[in-house]
Write a protein that binds this ligand. Structure first.
Ligand code: JAH
Length: 278
């Protein structure tokens, strides 16, 4: 997989040389190329920003350096891949993007070429994305409803989420099965030795050697945790994914099965079935 990243802070991406992603690069599983947007300016001050059309606070990234940078990414990537028709998917981190979730990471891991545009200031002139979309798929992504100073940290997160899914990147001890967000439930709590630490004990069932009881306890913990911390995930569960024991655990946590799936027994976000008078 080839990854091209365009930024005004190339050093922000240095962590991609470390750990698992660094090793994946050494092993030839991924090639990461970081491009300095200022290399595509032509003025003495290497200017990448200007004032917003229509007024307002802050600065906006000028379209010309972005246009040249993305032209270069396209040409250099096609040459390196030996495919004059190849196209990357252009990922643009932004608070206004579609939410990045594990299913999106799995889809991106199937692609041979991803490019990333790191915005700074208030964002990038919209015409850059419109122009790019004339040539390649453009995917604005958000990690969640918070604001960063730029797209670089979000790119680090997306690259890590995608690269770890590539065949041969994770070792056996870091395997992909049994992970949060792979099946719509949060993970069970983890413990290791010692069995007692600061007067806190590892739950005895985990030391019992009863594999079926361990599995049942872990399933229950996953359901209770998800109900407590992520009610949105419980509401999205397919009732067919739950057995009678699951349903009784969720009932204890205040969730009841209905025609519309699981809903909170106390009527939080009850479905509106008739027009509401104003
Ligand atoms: C902020 C460009 N959802 C996380 C996220 C991603 C990108 C940005 N902020 C938050 C951002 C300023 C400029 C991108």
């Amino acid at each position: 997989m080839r990854l091209d990243i365009v930024t005004i802070f190339p050093e922000y991406l240095d962590p991609l040389r470390l750990s698992l992603i660094g090793r994946a690069q050494q092993d030839g599983v991924v090639e990461v190329v970081v491009h300095d947007l200022r290399d595509f300016t032509h003025d003495r001050h290497r200017t990448v920003d200007d004032t917003p059309a229509g007024g307002g606070a802050g600065m906006v990234m000028r379209p010309e350096p972005w246009g040249e940078a993305l032209d270069h990414v396209l040409a250099a990537g096609r040459a390196a891949l030996g495919d004059p028709q190849a196209l990357p998917t252009l990922i643009v981190p932004a608070p206004s993007g579609r939410r990045f979730v594990q299913a999106a990471a799995r889809e991106l891991a199937e692609q041979p070429w991803l490019a990333f545009a790191c915005g700074r200031y208030e964002g990038i002139d919209e015409r850059v994305l419109v122009d790019a979309a004339r040539r390649m798929p453009v995917l604005p992504l958000s990690l969640g409803d918070f604001v960063l100073n730029g797209g670089e940290v979000a790119v680090l997160a997306v690259v890590e989420a995608v690269v770890r899914l590539l065949p041969g990147v994770l070792g056996n001890s870091e395997s992909l099965v049994e992970e949060s967000h792979e099946d719509g439930l949060l993970e069970y709590p983890l413990y290791t030795k010692p069995a007692s630490w600061r007067e806190l004990d590892v739950p005895p069932v985990l030391l019992s050697g009863h594999h079926a009881q361990v599995a049942a306890w872990r399933r229950e913990q996953r359901l209770r945790r998800t109900a407590e911390r992520r009610p949105d995930l419980v509401a999205a569960l397919a009732p067919s994914a739950l057995d009678a024991r699951d349903r009784s655990v969720l009932a204890e946590e205040g969730w009841v099965p209905t025609e519309q799936g699981l809903v909170p027994a106390d009527g939080r976000f009850r479905t509106v079935t008739r027009p509401v008078a104003d």
